[in-house]
Design a binder for this molecule. Structure first.
Ligand SMILES: Cc1cc2nc3c(=O)[nH]c(=O)nc-3n(C[C@H](O)[C@H](O)[C@H](O)COP(=O)(O)O)c2cc1C
Length: 282
């Protein structure tokens, strides 16, 4: 996978686009996008399937729905997976890299895990019986202004706000907040995690930096994950992994993701260990 965009710039540029100008992405650009998708690899080793959906080519396009949340979009990409360990993290990692790449090209996207009519979109997608269809995103060019519902939604979920660095990141244990100074070379990669998108902007990632390890945890929102047949916040953890990984690579810091059997640490309520990143040249 060759990243030919500046990660910090793309992270700052990407923001959910829910109102599109209706313009179709031309074939040459779509081919470039397909080539980029084929090159995406995730560190967890799971297979992610991509499906291109053009709603104008679908017979039942009038029924196809995002409940008015997305307007003016004609092209979508849907992702399907087999439900297996780490697959939601892998999906989060891959689609976020695609979204950053698209943001760097001036193409808008929006993670949709809840506000899309799965049944209707599934008609345009070849899904096997044992597969899950967790998310889609529109692809297109942003309209000049946000639509009314979009403005209201962003306000409701405080989409432009992020939790503070010291609320999310810790040194050695959860009692000890990590400051910018303590984070040293990990400051920028962690800041990239902090700025990431998450379902309903809940920002469930919690990170403990300890020696050569950066441990990633999920702060489960009680009740929220239960609204889905899968833990949607695991996708957010994959997004965090993507921002972190692209950033350390851009800074030339070597390391890789590992899943430890256990982390010896007292965890706050509703917090669960997910994976770690270990510094070093392997
Ligand atoms: C896994 C996931 C699922 C999401 N599902 C929806 C959705 O169903 N509908 C929607 O309008 N936005 C959805 N979002 C977008 C978030 O609300 C958005 O990323 C967050 O509010 C931050 O705003 P930003 O993306 O503009 O930075 C989802 C985001 C993620 C990561």
């Amino acid at each position: 996978m060759k990243i030919n965009f500046n990660v910090e710039e793309a992270v700052n540029l990407r923001s959910s686009v829910r109102n599109y100008d209706g313009q179709i992405i031309d074939t040459a650009t779509m081919n470039e996008i397909q080539t980029f998708i084929q090159s995406i690899e995730n560190p967890f080793g799971n297979k992610i399937k991509y499906h291109f959906i053009n709603i104008e080519e679908m017979k039942e396009s009038n029924k196809l729905g995002t409940y008015g949340v997305i307007q003016g979009a004609k092209q979508f990409v849907g992702l399907t997976v087999r439900l297996e360990p780490m697959v939601l993290e892998a999906l989060g990692y891959e689609l976020e890299i695609l979204m950053l790449y698209l943001a760097s090209m001036g193409i808008g996207t929006c993670w949709l895990g809840g506000t899309f009519n799965r049944k209707e979109f599934a008609k345009g997608v070849d899904i096997k019986e044992d597969e899950l269809f967790p998310v889609i995103t529109p692809l297109g060019y942003a309209a000049k202004k946000m639509h009314f519902t979009e403005v209201a939604m962003r306000k409701l979920i405080k989409a432009d706000q992020r939790k503070g660095f010291e609320q999310l990141f810790f040194k050695d244990n959860f009692q000890n907040p990590l400051t910018k100074e303590l984070a040293k070379e990990m400051y920028i990669p962690l800041e990239m995690v902090r700025l990431g998108p998450s379902a309903s902007n809940k920002q469930p990632w919690r990170i403990v930096q300890s020696k050569d390890y950066v441990h990633f945890f999920e702060r489960k929102d009680p009740g929220y994950s239960k609204a889905f047949s899968y833990d949607i916040q695991k996708i957010d953890l994959g997004i965090a992994a993507a921002h972190f990984d692209l950033s350390v690579k851009e800074l030339g810091i070597q390391g890789h993701f590992v899943k430890l059997r256990d982390v010896e640490m007292i965890l706050p309520e509703h917090v669960e260990y997910v994976f770690s990143w270990k510094k070093g040249d392997f």
